[in-house]
Design a protein around this ligand. Structure first.
Ligand code: FES
Length: 105
């Protein structure tokens, strides 16, 4: 299970993720910049905002109403492909691609 993070400047970082971990946790564990994750994944900070690829959107699961509301308060304005990366849990064998915004706070 790999996650590729593309920074706003185009820098790509690909890391191995553990099934069950979130895309936010995987970034923090591996020192990938661009995701803060201040609240630890309890959906109260929106500092884990990412833009997901179409392929990742298809395997990321449904967005909850709370996630949808939190995405209205991100530092960089949301786009149609915005998600909170703490809400996307890795599933074994999948490949994930996200782009991180210019700022999170
Ligand atoms: Fe705070 Fe995702 S880590 S909302």
């Amino acid at each position: 299970t790999t996650v590729t993070y593309t920074a706003f400047d185009g820098t790509e970082t690909t890391v191995e993720g553990a099934p069950g971990a979130s895309i936010m946790e995987t970034a923090l564990r591996n020192g990938v910049p661009g995701i803060v994750g201040e609240c630890g994944g309890s959906m109260s900070c929106a500092t884990c905002h990412v833009f997901v690829s179409d392929e990742t959107a298809a395997i990321a699961g449904e967005m909850s109403e709370i996630e949808d509301e939190m995405l209205d308060g991100t530092a960089v304005d949301r786009e149609p492909n915005s998600r909170l990366s703490c809400q996307i849990k890795l599933v074994d064998g999948n490949t994930y691609c996200v782009t991180t915004p210019r700022e999170q706070v």
